[in-house]
Design a protein around this ligand. Structure first.
Ligand code: ARG
Length: 593
C-alpha cells in the first residue's frame, strides 16, 4: 500500500480494493469514509450497512470479512481496525502513517499535491459585485463582495481561470428620472468628474418625489420616461449625461472594491449588451421559445403556466420595445459562452433574484440546446441576510441601510482602539496599518464563517474579539508562529524546504496537528462542491486551536536538535496552511500585531 496525500481517498481506495477482492461489486458498495469521533479512531467507513442491505447479507459478517482482509494487507498504516455498532468500520491510523505523511507532504509543495478535477483548467466567470449605477454601495453589497472574492480565490486555488466580471446595472430605468432631474435643476457636471455619488443619489431621490407628485407636476413622470427612451435611442445630450453618471458612479465603487481587495477583471455592464439583444429576440422568436404577449416579448416556462395565468412569464422585451434585465442577461450568457468560452458562470446576488435566475437558466437551457451552442454550467450563489443585534436586518439609527464606506471606517476605528490597548510598543503608523487589516478582515471573516445560505447576526464585539473563531484570533495565531522563528533568528520559509530527516513524534499534540493537515484536501473539496467557505473557516480555527495546545505544552527550542527541527517544521507547515487558507478568504496576514 502506498500512502496518498488525501487520507480519506487513501482509505476509500483501499476499501474498494478489498470489496472487489471479496466479490462485492462497486455498484453496491460505496465506502463512505469520514473523519470519526475520536473515541472510535481517526476514520470511519459507513458504507458496509447499505451494501449489506443491498446484497441481503448480515452487515456484521460483511464487516468482519472486510476487517480480515484489511488486516492481511495492512503494512503498518493502521494501528487498529475495528467494528462498532451494527457494522461501521473504525480505523486508527498508525504513527508510521502520520510520520510518512509528514515526511512526504509537509513541505513547500504541500499545495501542489492538490488537484480538483472539476475545476482544474476551467474557464469560470464570476458575476460580481455588479452593483447598480448611481447608488452608493451599502451593507446589502457586503456579502456579495466578500463571498464573490473568496469563491473566486477558491476556484483559482483549484486551478481555474477565473474572470471576475462586474456586470454593473448601467442601463436601467432609473436613468430616466435622473436625467430628467439633472435637466430640471440644471445640475452641472464638471470636467474633472469631481461630483460625488452622494449628490447623484439625492438627485434621484428629489427627481423621484417630484415625478411622483402628479397633482402638482402632471406629466413629469412621462417626461422622465421620455428621457429614458431618448437615451436608449442614443440621443447625444442624454448619452453625454449618462456617461458622466456612470463615470462618477464607477469611480466611487472602485474605492469600495479597493477596500475589500476586489479587482474586477472586466466591467461589462448591462449597457454593453444593448446592441446584442436583437439577436436574442430573433433567435428566441424563431425557435418559438419567446412570443408576444400584450405587446411585450415573453418566455413561458411551461405551457400550463400560460393557460393558468397565475405565474408570470419571463419578460425579455418591454411593451415600449426597450430591453430589460432579462434580455441583457440572456445576451450576457451568450457572450460569455462565445467570447470567454465559459465552462461555468457563477452569479453572486441575494436570494430575491432567485426567480429571475431560475427563468434565465431554463430559457438559456432551451435556447442553447436547440442551437447546439456550448452550454456553460450556470449557478446562482445566494446568501442570507445580515441581522443587527435586535434580530432585524441591520440599518442605521435613522433607518437607512448602512453605507459600506462607513462600515469599514467604523471597523478600522474599533480595531485601532483594541490594537492600542494591546500594544504599547508600536508606533502610530504601524498601529494604523494593523488596524486597517484587522478591521476589514474581521468583517470578511465573520461573514464567511457562517454557512452563507443562513442569516447571520452582526456584532462588533464578537467579530473583533481575540478569542473564539474570529479573524483577530487567526491573525494572531500566524503572528505567534512567525515570532517563534524571529526569536530564534531563523527563517520560516527555509524550514519548509529543510530536510530534517524524519518526523520525530514525541507528544500526542504533534500528531493531532498532522492529522488535521492530512484532511486539508477534503475540506477544500467540500468547500468547492458547495461553494461555501465556512468549512475552511472551521478548519483553520481547529488547526489554530490544535497548534495553540501544542504550543503551550511543547517547548520548541529544546536541546535535542532532531526534536527541535521537527517542531519547527511543524510550526512552519501550520503557518503556511493557515496563511494559504486565509488568502483564499481574501485575508492578509500580519507580521506583528
Ligand atoms: N445589478 C444587479 C443588482 O444590483 C445585479 C446583477 C447581477 N448579475 C446579473 N448578471 N444579473 O441587483
Amino acid at each position: 500500500m502506498k500512502i496518498k496525500f488525501n487520507t480519506i481517498t487513501f482509505l476509500e481506495d483501499i476499501l474498494n480494493e478489498v470489496a472487489e477482492k471479496i466479490g462485492l461489486s462497486l455498484e453496491i458498495f460505496k465506502p463512505d469514509v469520514r473523519v470519526s469521533d475520536p473515541r472510535f479512531g481517526d476514520l470511519q467507513a459507513n458504507g458496509i450497512l447499505t451494501a449489506a442491505k443491498r446484497s441481503r447479507c448480515n452487515p456484521r459478517e460483511l464487516a468482519e470479512k472486510f476487517v480480515e482482509e484489511l488486516n492481511r494487507i495492512n503494512e503498518g498504516q493502521f494501528e487498529k481496525i475495528g467494528i462498532s455498532g451494527p457494522g461501521f468500520l473504525n480505523f486508527k491510523l498508525s504513527k508510521l502513517y502520520h510520520k510518512e505523511y509528514f515526511d512526504h507532504y509537509c513541505n513547500n509543495s504541500f499545495f501542489d499535491n492538490y488537484k480538483n478535477l472539476n475545476y482544474f483548467n476551467k474557464n469560470i466567470i464570476i458575476d460580481y459585485p455588479s452593483p447598480n449605477t448611481a447608488k452608493q454601495m451599502h451593507v446589502g453589497h457586503l456579502r456579495i463582495l466578500v463571498i464573490g472574492e473568496a469563491i473566486s480565490r477558491l476556484l483559482e486555488f483549484c486551478g481555474s481561470k477565473v474572470i471576475r466580471d462586474n456586470h454593473i446595472g448601467d442601463w436601467g430605468t432609473n436613468f430616466g428620472v435622473l436625467i430628467f432631474e439633472i435637466k430640471r435643476v440644471n445640475y452641472q457636471f464638471n470636467k474633472d468628474d469631481s461630483k460625488t455619488l452622494e449628490e447623484l443619489e439625492s438627485l434621484y431621490k428629489s427627481g423621484m418625489s417630484y415625478c411622483k407628485d402628479e397633482e402638482n407636476h402632471p406629466g413629469a413622470l412621462d417626461e422622465a420616461r421620455l428621457e429614458l427612451v431618448k437615451l436608449q435611442q442614443g440621443d447625444p445630450e442624454n448619452m453625454e449625461l449618462w456617461k458622466h453618471i456612470v463615470r462618477v458612479s464607477n469611480s466611487a465603487c472602485e474605492k469600495i472594491y479597493e477596500l475589500f481587495g476586489v479587482h474586477p477583471d472586466v466591467t461589462l455592464g448591462e449597457s454593453f449588451y444593448r446592441d446584442k439583444v436583437n439577436r436574442v429576440y430573433d433567435e428566441l422568436i424563431s425557435l418559438r421559445i419567446a412570443e408576444e404577449d400584450a405587446g411585450a416579448l415573453v418566455v413561458w416556462q411551461k405551457a400550463e403556466d400560460k393557460e393558468k395565468g397565475n405565474i408570470a412569464p419571463f419578460i425579455i422585451r418591454k411593451k415600449d420595445g426597450g430591453s430589460n434585465y432579462g434580455s441583457t442577461d440572456l445576451a450576457t450568457v451568450l457572450y460569455r459562452s462565445e467570447h470567454f468560452n465559459a465552462d461555468e458562470v457563477i452569479y453572486v446576488t441575494d436570494d430575491r433574484q432567485k426567480e429571475h435566475f431560475k427563468m434565465l437558466f431554463s430559457t438559456v437551457d432551451r435556447w442553447f440546446s436547440q442551437k447546439k451552442y456550448p452550454l456553460p454550467k450556470l449557478c446562482h450563489v445566494t446568501f442570507g441576510k445580515i441581522l443587527g443585534e435586535d434580530g432585524k436586518p441591520i440599518k442605521t439609527k435613522s433607518g437607512e441601510s448602512i453605507k459600506l464606506k462607513a462600515l469599514v471606517n467604523e471597523a478600522t476605528e474599533r480595531a485601532l482602539t483594541i490594537v492600542k490597548e494591546k500594544n504599547t510598543d508600536l508606533d502610530m503608523e504601524e498601529m494604523e496599518k494593523i488596524s486597517t487589516i484587522v478591521g476589514i478582515s474581521s468583517i470578511k471573516y465573520a461573514d464567511l464563517l457562517q454557512n452563507r445560505t443562513l442569516d447571520y447576526m452582526f456584532s462588533w464585539k464578537r467579530l473583533l474579539a481575540f478569542e473564539g473563531n474570529t479573524a483577530p484570533y487567526l491573525l494572531y495565531a500566524v503572528v505567534r508562529i512567525n515570532s517563534v522563528f524571529k526569536k530564534m533568528e531563523l527563517s520560516l520559509d527555509d524550514y519548509l524546504n529543510k530536510n530534517i530527516g524524519f518526523a520525530n513524534f514525541t507528544e500526542p499534540e504533534e500528531i493531532e496537528i498532522v492529522k488535521k493537515l492530512e484532511v486539508f484536501e477534503n475540506v477544500i473539496n467540500l468547500s468547492v462542491s458547495e461553494l461555501k467557505l465556512h468549512y475552511i473557516c472551521t478548519y483553520i480555527y481547529e488547526l489554530a486551536g490544535l497548534f495553540s495546545v501544542f504550543y503551550s505544552k511543547c517547548k520548541i527550542n529544546v536541546e535535542d536538535g532532531n526534536i527541535r527541527d521537527f517542531r519547527l517544521k511543524l510550526c512552519a507547515t501550520t503557518a503556511m496552511v493557515l496563511k494559504r487558507c486565509l488568502k483564499i478568504l481574501s485575508i492578509d496576514t500580519l507580521e506583528k500585531m
